[in-house]
Structure formats: structure tokens, C-alpha cells
Design a protein around this ligand. Sequence first.
Ligand SMILES: Nc1ncnc2c1ncn2[C@@H]1O[C@H](COP(=O)(O)OP(=O)(O)O)[C@@H](O)[C@H]1O
Ligand SMILES: [Mg+2]
Length: 442
Amino acid sequence: MIERATDTIGRWLAVNILIAVLAAAAANAAFMALAGVWARPNLTAVGVIDQAAGVARVLDGAPDSLRAHLAAAASGPNFTVEWFASDAALPMPTLGATFHNGQDKVRTLLGRPDARVLAFEPGDPGLDGQPITFYALAIRMSDGSWTRFVATERSWGLSAHARLLLTSAFFIVSSLAVAAVAGRRLARPMQRFAAQAELFGRDVHAPAMTAEGPREFRVAASSFNTMQERIQRYVEGRTEILAAISHDLRAPLTRMRLRGEFIEDAEQQRKLFRDVDEMQAMVAEALAFFRDSSEAEGSTRFMLSELVHTVVDDFRDQGYAIADDIPDGVAYFGRPVALSRALANLVGNAVRYGDAVRVYVDVRDERLEVRVDDNGPGIPAEYREAVFRPFFRLERSRNRATGGVGLGLAAARSAARAHGGDVTLGDSPDGGLRAVLVLPLG
Ligand SMILES: Nc1ncnc2c1ncn2[C@@H]1O[C@H](COP(=O)(O)OP(=O)(O)O)[C@@H](O)[C@H]1O
Ligand SMILES: [Mg+2]
């Protein structure tokens, strides 16, 4: 596997945070550039100029000694007024300054059509050549002194508080957008990983995981695959050993049966034959069980209601009376052969131990239940787990003709659990046993 360092989650998060910060900064800059232009108030329109012209006329007529005081007194919330004695004293460029609209209006308002009026906007070059950040109006008095109006500095027409809120909003929005995309990209391989682990939990033969996503996930996926492979080999190994033992037991059992012919005591011979028969049955069932579980039947979508009907009808054909309540059109994704055998085991038990059997199919909140009720003797609560153990039978002393070798429930549960479900036992309302096959949907 080629490892690209850029693929690690850490790297990836860092890149995304950087993107978020850059996006926020870009949005901020774009807003300043665009909204700054839009929000720049037109000085002629806001009435400041009329006020300024009024103040300038008063200052023009006042003696020098009073002008500075009058200027200070005229300063208000809209602008500050300062008086400068000469061209040299005015802290603004007097030549080459950009002339903006409004001068004529000021001249008219002043009643001096030839008055020198300079208007500055934020961004105009100041005395030092640097752009200024305020609005300024400089009016030359009749005696050559200057009165300057400086409007409060404004940025896009917003207060510092509103600006802070807006900048924060840019950061929040861009962080959220990046986090949503980044989160999705990180979550996807995680979800796939979880789904695969879940699948393996249900089915040992599940296919290996494909390594995708950031490096950490690929490493985890490949470790998972190694583990899955080891478990598969382990399970297969055990199953093979057990199958081999069962298989090899058949020969000595056959020989025992033959030697039994020489036993003279008829009673002893009968007992020996019964034991040998039982062992042979166990071996045969065990072999069938191992064959089923190693046979990798593929999962397909099938009509579970049809499958249950088929199992029930098979027993009816053998003469058993079975009532049913099976809704039509219940579909399921799983291994139909394994489930059909599991169900046949449950119904087989029910008809063996009871004579009135009912089979229900119920779909409710994400799970599917097949209930098999009978009116037989039931199973005492303390044995309801034990009967799932292989070869565990309640009626050991009874005639073997009443049942199998004790693998039926074990096999049924194993098939159900391979689907993520289970088989449980309880009391049937008819007095006997209720066996429930639960399968998760979806
Ligand atoms: N419907 C039932 N009613 C009463 N006992 C039952 C029922 N089903 C199973 N059992 C008990 O559980 C034991 C295990 O059942 P199972 O695993 O199917 O083995 P088998 O049917 O081969 O005996 C049975 O021997 C029997 O004692
Ligand atoms: Mg059985």
C-alpha cells in the first residue's frame, strides 16, 4: 500500500481548518471592499454640508482670536471643526487633492462662488501620501485661513460592534460549512467500517473490507481484515476437526455393532445396540450440522412469508394439524435454506411434543418474529437455556423415537444468530412451549 502522508486524519483536519480560516478572511475582505463602496455616504445628501457651510460663514465673519473657540464649540456628533491660520497650517494637501462633487453646493451655500473648497474621502491620499480614513471638508476663509470639518470615521457605515459581529458571523459560517464537508468525509469511512464489522458479527464468511479513506482508516481496515481472516481460519479449523472426529467415529461404531452380534446376553446386546444406534444418529446429525454451517449459502432477498408457508405445508402434508397467521408479502434479506431448516426444527419439535400447533409471523419495529406455539408439556424455565446445548435432551430416559439427538434447537439458534437474530423459548398461551425466531430487519 502506498502511504501518502497527506492522507492522515491530522493533516486533513489541519488543511480543513486552514480552508475555513481563509474562507472567512476572504469573505471579510470581500465584504469590506464591496460594502465599503455601497455604504459610503454621499456627503451632499446627508445634510452635513449645509451645517458645515453655516459654521464656515460664522467663522469667516469672526475675529481670529475667537475662531478656534468657535470651531471647538461648533464641533458636534457629526463632525469636528478646526481652524487653521494659513495654507501651511492645514494638515491636508491643498494642491492636487481630489475634487469631489459638492464643492459647488458649498460655494453656493457660502455665498462665495470663488471660494476654495477641498473635499476628501476615505482612501484619498493625505499629506504623507498614505490614504486617509475619514471624510474631510476644508474651506478657505476670505482671509486665507482654513476651516476644516472632519466627519467621524466610518467603516462601511457600521459601528465597531456590528463589524465585530459580522466578522464573527463570517468565521462561524465558513467554519460550519467546512466542518460539514470535512465531517461527512471522515464519517463515511467510519460508517463503512462499522457496517462491515456488524456484517462480520453476523456472518463469519463476510467478505473482506476494502481499504478506503484517510490512512488511519486504511490501516484499521487492513488490521480488521487480518483479524477476520484469522477468525475465519480458526472457525474453519475447529469445524473441520469436529467434522473429522464425527466422520471417523462411524467406522468404530459400525465395528461395535458387528461385535455386538456375539454378545450372548440378549438384554445386554439390546442395550448395546440401542447405545450404538443413538451414537450413530448423533454422528449423522452432527455431520449434517457441520455440513450446513460450512456450506456458505449466499444471502438473497426472498419472501419470508412464502418460506414459512412452505415449511408449514410440509408438516400438514405429513398429517399434522397446524393453524397459522402469516401476513402476505413479508420480504427478508438472508439465507433462505438455513432459515427454512431452523424453522422446520422448531415446527418439528412443536408437532412432536404437542398436537395443536400455531405458527405466527409478526413484523414490528425493525424486527420480524416467527412464533411457534404448541400445547405440549413445555420446557421448565430452568432448562430453557440448556436445551440449546448440542445433544442436550430433556427426555434422555425416554424412547429415542420421540425425537432427534438434541441438535435441532442448537442448529436453529446458530442459523438465527448468523442473521443477527435469535431463537428464544417461552410459555405458549396454549399451555405448551412458545419458540420465537427473531430476525432483525434492515
Ligand atoms: N416444543 C417442545 N415442547 C417440549 N419440549 C421441547 C420442545 N422442543 C424442544 N423440547 C425439548 O428440548 C430438547 C432439545 O430439542 P432439540 O434441540 O430440537 O433436539 P431434539 O428435537 O433432537 O430432541 C428436546 O429433547 C426436548 O426435550
Ligand atoms: Mg428437535
